[in-house]
Each structure stands twice: as C-alpha cells, then as structure tokens.
Design a protein around this ligand. Sequence first.
Ligand code: SF4
Ligand code: SF4
Length: 501
Amino acid sequence: MPVNYFYPDYEVVRDRDKCIQCRVCERQCANEVHSYDKDRNLMLADSSKCVDCQRCVSLCPTGALKIVKSDNTFKENSNWSGTIIKELYRQAESGGVLLSSMGNPLPFPVYWDKMLINASQVTNPSIDPLREPMETKVYLGKKSSEIQRDKNGNLVNNLSPYLTLSVPIMFSAMSYGSISYNAHESLARAATALGIYYNTGEGGLHEDFYKYGKNTIVQVASGRFGVYKDYLEAGAAIEIKMGQGAKPGIGGHLPGEKIVGDVSRTRMIPEGSDAISPAPHHDIYSIEDLRQLVDSLKEATDYKKPVIVKIAAVHNVAAIASGIARSGADIIAIDGFRGGTGAAPTRIRDNVGIPIELALASVDERLRQEGIRDNVSIVVGGSIRSSSDIIKAVALGADAVYIATAALLALGCHLCRSCQTGKCNWGIATQKPELVKRLNPNVGYKRLINLITAWDHEIKEMMGGMGINSIEALKGNRLMLRGVGLTEKELEILGIKHAGE
Ligand code: SF4
Ligand code: SF4
C-alpha cells in the first residue's frame, strides 16, 4: 500500500446527536467530503478533501457540524513548519508548481494597522455628518493645470476625460472565467446602482453586460482576450494591465477546461483551449511603447475615455509610476502584494512585491516632488479591508481604492483559498452551472450595495471627526495619520509622524 503523505489540514466534526441524516452537507459539498453510509444509517466525512469553505456548516439545518483545524502535528521545528513540510511533500508527489488563490496569507506587517487617524477636539471642531454635507464624490483623471478662457472671457472646458465616483471605491478587476456570471452580474448591478465602477478583468465583457457599460472599466491585458472596438467603446474607461499584486512579473493561465460556453465566446478563443496571458505585453518594452498603446486606445475611442495603467507594487514602484504619469495615462492603479487572484503560483504570491501602504506613500511623494501629481489620479488596491483602510489610503495620497476580496466576501466568499480548483461552493469562483446558481445576483448586488453604503457612512463619520468635509481635503493629508510601533525608516517612507509627536 502506498504511503499517504497528505495529512488533512482540517477535521470535520459532526455531532451525531444533532445530525438527522438529511444529507444537505453531502449535496452542498463540491469537494465530496460528506457521504452517507446506508447500511449504518450514518453520515461520514473524508476530512482530507475539506478546504474549510464552511458551506456545510452554514447550511446544516441542525447546527451539527463544525470544521476545526487539525491538531495533528509534526515535531516542533520553528524553521520547518508543518505547512512547509506538507507543501514539500505535495511537490515531491506532483513535480509541479504549487498553486494557490486569493491573497498572501503570511504574517508580513499590515501597515494599515500601524497607523492611527486623528480627530478634532477643542480647535478646528468636528463636523456632524448627519447635519452637514460631506463630500465623498471624487473625480479620477488628469487635472487641469491652468484656466483657459475664450475671446469672450468664458471658461473653456479643457478637462481630460474623467471618471466620477460617488464614493472613492471601485470594484477591482476580476475576469469572467475566474469568477462566475452571477458574481459579475452582482458587481455590475451594484456599481451601477452606487454610481461607481466595476472592472471586467482580462476576460472580455459578456454580451449581457454591455448595458452596464457606463459603470464598467474594460481591461486590456497581455492576452488581449475579448478586446475589439465595440468592447473598448462599451466601457467608461480602459485599463491596461501591466501587472497585478498577487503575481507580479508573471502572466496568467486559465486552464482549457474552464474555457467553455460563454467564457470562450466572451474571451474570443476556442472552447477547451488554454487562455494563456504572456508575462509581458509583447508590444511594450519601454515607457515609450506604453505611451503608444495609451495613445492607440485613446484614438480608437475618440479620446473620450480615460486610460488607467495598472501595475503591481514592486521595489522601484515610484520610478515606474513617474514614467506612467508621463505616458499619457490618466490614472495609475497600484496593486499591493496582498492582492487576491483566482490562481497564482504560491511562492510568487507569498514572496514577490511590496506592501501597498509603502508603495502608495512613495509614489505620491515622488509625483509631488516631480510636479506631476496632478497629471494622474492614483487608485490603490491589494487588501483594502474596511472604511478605515480607505481613510488611511486617501490620507497617504490615494484618490480612490479598488476592492475585490472584500467584495467577494460580501457575496459570501469564506476565503478558503481554493478558487484555482473551480469548485467554489459559494458560486463565486466557478463555472459549474450547479454551483454558479448558488449565488443569487438579486441578493448579491444588494449585499454589495449594503457594504459600500455602510463604508460610506463610516468614511463620513471619520472625516467629520477630523473636521474635514471632503475627500479632496483629506487626500495626501498625512498630518491626519500617526504611526505606532514603526521604525524611523518606515515612518520616513510613509511620511508620517509617530504617535505622541
Ligand atoms: S447537513 Fe447537518 S444534519 Fe444534515 S446530514 Fe449533514 S451534518 Fe447531518
Ligand atoms: S471565491 Fe470561493 S473558492 Fe475562492 S476563496 Fe472564496 S469561497 Fe473559496
């Protein structure tokens, strides 16, 4: 008998007194953890298949189930942890690259949690957002550097195309293929109702969603899937994806088995063929090349759409952003190393890139020093978890944020980090029809609206507490932040003082 090196990470614990053998858990689990033993009239569980998505726990009508972390241990070793040992066994078995999904789970510092927000006390009184207007609307795009008048003295509108957001939040790129039709519909409808934007990702735009075009950002990635004139014209803005936080420096690969039906039509590639996005854009090897693509996309859409360039936060991000700001792009999107994904090599996801907080602070500072900050807006993503993260991002210099993992959580994601299997029990990261229908877009879009509405209230309350009545007045206002437990160098990069100073 071969030796089994695959020790379960989780254990399914079933309370036999509560279990009524209804077999709901068996039907709900796409990983086939649960089964029914007819002879013994007993429910059984194969814990080795459990990914801790919590679907069975949520739907068990009698509360008979819980999933616990296995307490099976390897001999203590602070160098060779159990996770490392198990990953090594998997590679010795498969000979392949380890794959994961969602964001980097390792315990790197979360700088959002090491910054605290200011509040007014005696002078500069706070503002009550329930009684006084608070402006959370933002405009993304190049700002005008001078006022122009015609010969009659009337103001000339020389603004570049821009995006208008009711709150400084957008749904980040997630392709149709990596997430389901119902997840995309939920995002599109919520963005439309909220007056913000969602992003197609690199998978093209499903024909049913062209009607949401005014609130859609269409992405152009290295694979150019689904990119053609009508697609570019359908969106409110075009995003060139140069990189993403979860896998900086590498391309993407959606396996052929996921390229079926509508996904293949939307990507404009044959059914069953692998969708491989090359690591680089094969026509971009310099900022000049990038400028040409920005120009081409603007020309193709009659200079009516702002162009976003999205990059991963990497070591020399400030210099890269400076180049992008000079390339004619209207918006720079920066994705930190905690950004989520449908599938990425584990080692890259967990070890490549830098925290978004440090990247944002250094980019904003560099663009200011070079006098080109108003040439572009800055949007940041990569694990924005709450309204307070957004306040801190804006105070560090962001115009707005992208959220993706938080949006999926609102749709029911339980962060089991198994998206790459295509068996999402919550109907989000899957194309299996029986799983997709578990996510009801009529419910999903309302949950997204609730989340953003709640964050909008909290943002207004925190701004009011600071005595600030608009996002614009908070932007880059680093005096509103203080660090706790940070080194001199970290404070210097973030451009903030330590608490108590
Ligand atoms: S869903 Fe709950 S009650 Fe039903 S079989 Fe599973 S454990 Fe038992
Ligand atoms: S989207 Fe689905 S598969 Fe991916 S982490 Fe969330 S619950 Fe798990």
